[in-house]
Design a protein around this ligand. Structure first.
Ligand code: PHE
Length: 345
């Protein structure tokens, strides 16, 4: 029996020696798991010996158990120490690799911004929506009929030559103003008509104050009993909300084929306060739009009764309004989409 115990002890010493040798090769937690299963797992010498403890004579079973458990305990303790080490090493490594500095400033995202033309359109739309107007639209590629003829420009009318028109074919063109929307809308709607029609228009023109494409906003009010006073009030209200209450508004007689009487509308110059300066060419006034009472001739084209219906119309250049409002001196800035320019508004 003594012999049996001694030979078991020898075997356990060898197991432990071999464990120490293997232990030195362990380089990671993964290796350590393999080591643990080799020496303490189900198929290990230690586990098998304990499992088959009944093969030993009854008297020495306690001693066998004690002896095997001593070695098992040494192996377990070593593995535990190693595991702690490796866990810490791998954790530190992870920390080092994944560390990020919360005190570093973040990368700022640059936001785009709405083009100033869209902003001015929206602002003006809001004003007129507040007055009960609706938004209308029309095509940019128009027919001669809507752009000229139904707006009271007969075929040889000299006013046609005032528009430097881009023709696509004899009767198809890029609209030179938003006024064709007046006709298109009246054709399809009964009274009363109160509309605002923003959109792009095209003319052969290019310099500091003209681009071949620009933006207009058309206004049209047709009802019974509309008079020039209503037009004046409406445009004064517009000018005061866009430019400020202190600005004066004046109407100068003018000519448009589709309005009678017609006027050009100016606001007092905010740079010189009306005394005259370079911006207002010494006049003290800045032109902002064209307007007038709808020429009764137009009603014939849309089957309205010229005897009982009347109205006013106006049209303005959005870029021009924006330039005056924000003191911008080059029209081309609007179309370059330079974020540094756009972000200022
Ligand atoms: N359509 C005219 C233009 O482009 C402006 C205008 C509109 C004038 C409506 C009177 C009435 O110059």
């Amino acid at each position: 029996m003594e012999e049996k115990i001694n030979s078991l002890k020898n075997e356990l010493d060898e197991v432990f020696l071999s464990f120490i040798k293997d232990k030195n090769e362990v380089k990671s937690l993964f290796d350590l798991d393999l080591l643990e299963s080799k020496y303490l797992g189900k198929k290990s010498f230690i586990a098998q010996t304990l499992k088959n403890i009944n093969d030993f004579p009854q008297q020495i079973k306690p001693l066998v158990g004690k002896t095997v458990n001593e070695t098992r305990k040494k192996i377990e303790d070593d593995i535990k120490l190693l595991r702690d080490d490796f866990t810490k090493v791998e954790y530190d490594k992870k920390l080092r690799e994944e560390k990020f500095d919360l005190t570093l400033p973040g990368r700022t995202l640059t936001y785009g911004s709405k083009n100033i033309i869209s902003q001015v359109i929206e602002e003006i739309q809001e004003i007129f929506i507040g007055l009960g107007y609706e938004i209308a639209e029309g095509p940019e590629v128009e027919t001669d009929y809507y752009n000229f003829e139904a707006l009271n420009h007969p075929p040889d009318h000299p006013a046609r030559s005032l528009h430097d028109t881009f023709f696509i074919s004899e009767n198809i063109l890029l609209r030179t103003h938003t006024s064709p929307v007046q006709i298109r809308y009246m054709e399809k709607h009964k009274l009363p008509v109160y509309i605002i029609a923003p959109g792009k228009v095209y003319r052969k023109d290019y310099d500091v104050t003209h681009t071949p494409m620009f933006t207009q906003i058309e206004g049209l009010a047709v009802d019974k009993n509309i008079n020039f006073g209503n037009l004046k009030w409406t445009l004064e209200t517009l000018a005061h909300s866009v430019f400020g209450k202190d600005r004066k508004v004046r109407f100068r007689p003018h000519y448009f084929p589709f309005t009678e009487p017609s006027a050009e509308v100016d606001v007092s110059c905010n740079i010189c306060g009306g005394d005259g300066c370079r911006v207002c060419s010494g006049t003290g006034w800045l032109e902002i739009l064209g307007a007038g009472m709808v020429d009764p001739n137009l009603y014939k084209f849309v089957n309205y009764d010229p005897e009982t219906v009347n109205g006013f119309a106006f049209g303005m250049g959005v870029e021009r309004i924006a330039m005056l409002k924000y003191g911008i001196d080059d029209l081309r800035l609007f179309f370059e989409n330079d974020i540094r320019f756009l972000k200022q508004f």
